[in-house]
Design a protein around this ligand. Structure first.
Ligand SMILES: Cc1ncc(COP(=O)(O)O)c(C=O)c1O
Length: 375
């Protein structure tokens, strides 16, 4: 089997009434970005093939965000396809790819799915999922062609600092010049309230490649628009060719809508960052109220975080009961198992539901936690 089954597929195929499992911000409705100019552009759109590198205006807009030239960008079908193309183009058979665990499951499973050797560096809840660079380098060999880091990380919302990324990039350049560093920045712009958006690692060093998308921070995962950025011209050309050989191009309709999303980005971010802040504050209060039973690692960005059911309060069968009771109450929970953690951990998404519904759902979850531990 090339791709092992993973429960995360239920996020696409099963939608319970109280969804705490989602990692996205509130879904955008086309009406939010509709205007006369957009309406005309849609009516007159020719449904032709797109270009291999992707819509030029869209690349220009993304380039402005990342402070790089549009020639460094290839539009992809979400960040997922950016990761796919990067791995496909940079790695040869028998190469090793390193990434962290816990992580977005397809990122980990893609490595073996494409036939490369997967090397996972375990990050721990107890050290707030921080990376130990020396430990990371004990895993790097002459066969490692790619290190894939995610910042902010799914499922934790924790980030890598600029210093960490520079240290890794410079050590690679010196010790393993054939190895690239890929930064998945899918959650980078999902801030809280008036917090500044975290700067991109794009353009920082020439062995760094970045990938991101409009899925999480703009609320448009169904658009399937993302990008891969690199200052390496040969790589960008190869990625464009690989894209043409696999999906030919992006859908021109998606690209046009994406362009409008970026034109309206300031307004989209304003409502969503305010919403995320309210969700974060509610979650913080909920963790405090239940602190005898649970712990969390506070996220730095992204409307998601990791919760741990305390060992001294939840035996193994009580952890199982937590999932059974949540499901019975129509509460959707993202199990830690999906991400390479144990069931004792779960990802809590606080940006997807309305604040009223989130409050109600967290109250119900408190009742479940208390019921299980009082028995
Ligand atoms: C870290 C990370 N990268 C990539 C993706 C894929 O996102 P996209 O919808 O942009 O393909 C996800 C989705 O959850 C993710 O969490």
């Amino acid at each position: 089997m090339k791709f092992p089954p993973n429960g995360i597929i239920s996020l696409l195929d099963e939608r319970l009434a109280f969804n705490l499992a989602e990692s996205t911000n509130q879904d955008l409705v086309l009406n939010e970005i509709w205007d006369e100019e957009f309406s005309q552009a849609l009516k007159n759109l020719k449904l032709e093939y797109g270009t291999s590198q992707g819509n030029e205006q869209l690349r220009e807009k993304i380039g402005e965000k990342l402070k790089v030239d549009k020639s460094e960008i290839v539009i992809t079908n979400g960040a997922a396809f950016g990761n796919f193309l990067a791995m496909l183009c940079l790695c040869a058979q028998k190469d090793e790819v390193i990434t962290v665990q816990p992580n977005f499951p397809p990122t980990m499973d893609l490595i073996e799915g494409l036939g490369f050797k997967k090397v996972l560096v375990k990050l721990s809840f107890e050290t707030e999922y921080r990376i130990d660079i020396n430990k990371l380098f004990t895993q790097v060999t002459d066969k490692t062609s790619l290190i894939l880091l995610v910042s902010p990380l799914n499922p934790t919302g924790t980030i890598h600092t600029k210093e960490e990324v520079l240290t890794i990039s410079e050590r690679l350049k010196k010790e393993y010049p054939n190895c690239h560093l890929l930064l998945d920045e899918t959650y980078r712009e999902a801030t809280y309230g008036d917090n500044e958006v975290i700067p991109s690692f794009a353009g920082l060093r020439d062995n760094i490649i970045t990938v991101s998308s409009l899925s999480k921070c703009h609320g448009t995962p169904g658009l399937r628009i993302g990008w891969l950025q690199s200052s390496n011209k040969a790589l960008i050309e190869q990625v464009g060719i690989a894209k043409m050989n696999t999906v030919i191009s992006n859908a021109v309709l998606d690209e046009l809508v994406a362009l409008q999303v970026l034109r309206k980005e300031a307004e989209i971010f304003k409502t969503r960052s305010r919403h995320s802040l309210a969700g974060l504050n509610l979650t913080k209060k909920w963790v405090e109220k239940n602190k005898a039973l649970i712990r969390w690692v506070e996220p730095k960005a992204g409307a998601l975080c990791c919760i741990k059911l305390k060992e001294n309060r939840f035996a193994k069968d009580q952890v199982e009961e937590f999932y059974v009771l949540s499901k019975a109450m129509e509460i959707q929970i993202a199990s830690g198992v999906w991400f390479g953690e144990s069931k004792r951990y779960f990802r809590l998404g606080f940006g997807y539901l309305t604040i009223e519904k989130l409050e109600l759902t967290l109250d119900q979850l408190s009742e479940i936690l208390n019921k299980i531990t009082q028995n």
